[in-house]
Design a protein around this ligand. Structure first.
Ligand SMILES: NC(=O)c1ccc[n+]([C@@H]2O[C@H](COP(=O)([O-])OP(=O)(O)OC[C@H]3O[C@@H](n4cnc5c(N)ncnc54)[C@H](OP(=O)(O)O)[C@@H]3O)[C@@H](O)[C@H]2O)c1
Length: 239
């Protein structure tokens, strides 16, 4: 598989790093601004990893280089399948994807949509499955996916940062607190993915009657953590 990544920024580098780790036999070529577009020739998959306002300028000189049967995967937020299709020849498949930065650690979450040949979607799924989990969604939900899993790590990092501060306040070193928090969140996420139970049931299993967990949960409820998180994600989707 020959993969071309247009856009040498944060998500482009994260995807390239993930592919190189997961699949060292694949060829990954990165194209930055001003690089020779003919380097994209022969690419089976071309990932467009530029900002939405940079899409047209990046894609126009590239379109004639794309081989028949290749698939262009647009990663730019808010850039629709129709936007991408309008800039591409008909012989190129089009998929819209929303990954997140943990693809570099092979624990990414990628949502994607396509209206072209199912084999294009299958190719995108094969690629992003190497880098973590994937879900296929209707295109109308792609802006919501941007907020859920694209922006999501930033929301989680705020929680992680505050929780580490709590550990420091309680007397742990930064390093120990970081390990305690990150591994606890990893464990909670793994339990949610592995279990058929609703998170409320998993929470109940931790919450001893009249114990310390319920004291902390009450503080979270007083801080309106649920409505704050729901409104934060909706604001991200509507931005
Ligand atoms: N960061 C994330 O967590 C994340 C997650 C999912 C999706 N996305 C989406 O991915 C896109 C890129 O985000 P990012 O955070 O990676 O941004 P970024 O760090 O700014 O990267 C964009 C890169 O594209 C390059 N570029 C601009 N025009 C180009 C052109 N004509 N040809 C080739 N390269 C060009 C930029 O180069 P210059 O520096 O020279 O301008 C820059 O290196 C955005 O649309 C975003 O919505 C981001």
């Amino acid at each position: 598989m020959k993969v071309v990544i247009v856009g040498n920024g944060r998500i482009g580098r994260a995807i390239a790093g993930g592919i190189r780790r997961a699949c060292p036999s694949w060829t990954v070529r990165m194209l930055g601004r001003g690089d020779d577009r003919s380097a994209a020739r022969g690419g089976d998959v071309v990932l467009l990893c530029v900002k939405p306002q940079q899409v047209r300028a990046a894609l126009e000189p590239l379109a004639s280089e794309l081989k028949p049967g290749s698939v262009l995967i647009g990663v730019a937020a808010k850039t629709t399948l129709a936007d991408l299709r309008a800039l591409l020849p008909a012989h190129v498949g089009v998929v819209r994807a929303m990954p997140n930065l943990p693809v570099s650690e092979l624990v990414g979450m990628t949502a994607f949509a396509s209206e072209s040949d199912p084999k294009d979607l299958a190719l995108a799924e094969e690629l992003f499955s190497l880098l973590g989990r994937t879900v296929r969604v209707e295109e109308r939900l792609m802006n919501a996916a941007t907020a859920m899993n694209g922006c999501g790590p930033a929301y989680a990092y705020v929680i992680v940062e505050a929780w580490i501060d709590a550990g420091i306040k309680l007397g742990f070193s930064y390093e120990t607190s970081r390990t305690l928090v990150a591994q606890t969140l990893l464990g909670a996420a793994a339990s949610v993915l592995a279990s058929e139970e609703h998170p409320a049931a998993l929470k109940t299993a931790v919450t001893t009657p009249a114990g310390c967990t319920i004291e902390g949960l009450l503080q979270l409820e007083d801080g309106r953590i649920r409505s704050t998180i729901v409104r934060a994600v909706i604001a991200g989707a509507e931005a």
